[in-house]
Design a protein around this ligand. Structure first.
Ligand SMILES: Nc1ncnc2c1ncn2[C@@H]1O[C@H](COP(=O)(O)OP(=O)(O)O)[C@@H](O)[C@H]1O
Ligand SMILES: [Mg+2]
Length: 469
């Protein structure tokens, strides 16, 4: 649990927030303390200046009339909440200075003679109570004979920032609770897909490719990862399916001609087919089946080489019109037999540099598919066109067309709609087209027909045709 991202992420987030909150609260308290102290000192200063001048006039009167300023002092203490002290010459000798108002402080508590006004801190003798204070000289006839001290108990200052800390603490607690909620929420949002990904990866590792990580919010890295993961899983699925299809198709396609060959050979050996005509037929069938086997093995080998980029293509002058004539005539008879309207349209004359046999292989593949899927009485068209720098060979038919969801499958090896072919024709054709520096494009509307177009460069670029190794 503690090692899980689900716990760690919110914990880290929260720890960061607590740290930031605590340090900013500490800074705020420090600033507040500083400010409070400055404010108090300014206040004490102002009072000290006023009281000192009051004293000076009272003392003047005391000297002349014998009046003492106690009452005024008491009033002042009550009004301001501060305390008043006095250092210097005692007005009544022999009297306990601390019972008087203002209290007389020991002479050495502040070097009052040095400056007109000064700030300092002191502890009250006897009680030990601490004060923040401002001392202001009291001068009569330009002679300083004492100083009034306006003091504020430090405990009063402390009380203020203790309330501040309490409030800050409360706000901090509320903030942390909200942050914890948010941390949990966002942590879940981020970690949920990561955990889903981890689980899906476990499945894939176990060989189950039917996984998909869905509902990943946002467009960040996790989403990217999930998308790529899904892609990867789907490729693994495909590869798996391909392998299965390959084994099934190849073993099936191998077995059928082998069984036929074995049957014919057995018949020939047993002398069943003594009739020379029958024997010739049997031998022709064996030859046909052998060719079929050879073709299959050749196709599989071709595909393997093409996929591994180990395929040799020749470069020679290819007269496209002659090549198409050859391809065309190959299906002439079938067209006539099945009542298929079969046309050849040459709109350009063109000689290109390519591998003639391979181009013929592609066109024948496309024509054979067109004839295979076009119903009797339909139409197949073979077209040659040329654009500057490229030629196009189109094979159009009036077959069933190809459904949108099937369009990406048909170029994959071993995929067939009816399971009767090998599914290698289009796969090899499109790989060959690529190897020749071109491509195959498909236009189709289900129910109406298809049009496969082979586009080839008139002269392949140097890198377009991979050389053999
Ligand atoms: N002209 C076409 N019209 C309709 N479907 C086609 C046509 N050509 C190919 N297809 C579809 O593409 C699949 C793959 O074709 P291909 O690779 O030649 O394999 P195969 O011919 O062995 O089935 C076919 O099974 C068929 O479903
Ligand atoms: Mg085919």
């Amino acid at each position: 649990m503690l090692h899980s991202l689900r716990f760690r992420l919110p914990a880290l987030f929260l720890a960061g927030i607590i740290l930031a909150g605590a340090s900013s609260a500490a800074i705020a308290v420090g600033l507040f303390q500083d400010l409070e102290r400055k404010r108090s000192l300014a206040e004490l200063r102002r009072e000290a200046i006023g009281i000192a001048s009051l004293y000076e006039s009272q003392f003047q009167r005391f000297f002349t009339k014998g009046e003492e300023p106690e009452k005024a002092v008491l009033e002042l203490e009550r009004a301001t909440g501060d305390r008043l002290f006095y250092v210097g010459v005692s007005t009544t000798p022999g009297e306990d200075p601390l019972t008087r108002t203002p209290h007389l402080l020991p002479d050495d508590i502040v070097p009052w003679r040095a400056k007109l006004i000064q700030t300092f801190e002191f502890a009250l003798p006897g009680t030990g109570q601490e004060f923040l204070a401002v001392a202001h000289q009291v001068r009569v006839e330009k002679r300083a004979f004492g100083a009034v001290i306006v003091a504020k108990p430090k405990s009063q200052l402390r009380e203020r920032w203790v309330t501040l800390i309490q409030r800050l603490g409360l706000a901090f607690l509320g903030g942390v609770l909200i942050a914890a909620g948010l941390a949990w929420y966002f942590g879940q949002r981020i970690t949920r897909p990561v955990i889903a990904l981890a689980r899906a990866a476990d499945e894939v590792a176990r060989g189950k490719y039917e996984v998909e990580v869905r509902d990943v919010p946002g467009r960040g890295e996790v989403r990217h990862l999930a998308d790529r993961f899904n892609e990867m899983a789907s490729r693994l699925r495909e590869a798996n399916e391909l392998e299965r299809n390959f084994l099934m198709t190849v073993s099936h396609e191998l077995r059928t001609p082998l069984t036929a060959i074995r049957g014919h050979v057995a018949a020939l050996r047993e002398g069943v087919a003594d009739d020379p005509e029958l024997r010739a037929e049997s031998l022709a069938a064996v030859a046909g089946e052998t060719m079929r086997l050879e073709r299959l093995v050749g196709d599989v080998l071709d595909l393997a080489k093409l996929e591994a980029n180990r395929f040799t293509v020749r470069r020679e002058e290819v007269d496209m019109q002659r090549l198409l004539d050859r391809a065309y005539t190959g299906f002439d008879q079938e067209a006539r037999r099945r009542g298929i309207e079969y046309d050849q349209r040459i709109t350009a004359q063109s000689t290109i540099v390519s591998d003639g046999d391979r181009v013929l292989q592609i066109v024948t593949n496309l024509l054979s598919n067109a004839f295979r899927w076009t119903p009797d009485g339909g139409r197949v068209e073979l077209e040659l066109g040329a654009d500057n720098g490229s030629v196009s060979v189109a094979v159009a038919d009036t077959g069933p067309g190809i459904k949108p969801e099937e369009q990406e499958h048909i170029f994959r090896p071993f995929w067939t709609r009816d399971g009767r072919g090998t599914g290698l024709g289009l796969a090899i054709s499109s790989e060959l087209a690529t190897a020749l520096g071109g491509r195959i494009e498909l236009e189709t509307s289900p129910g109406k027909g298809s049009r496969f177009e082979l586009l080839l460069p008139a002269r392949p670029a140097a890198a377009a045709a991979p050389e053999s190794i």
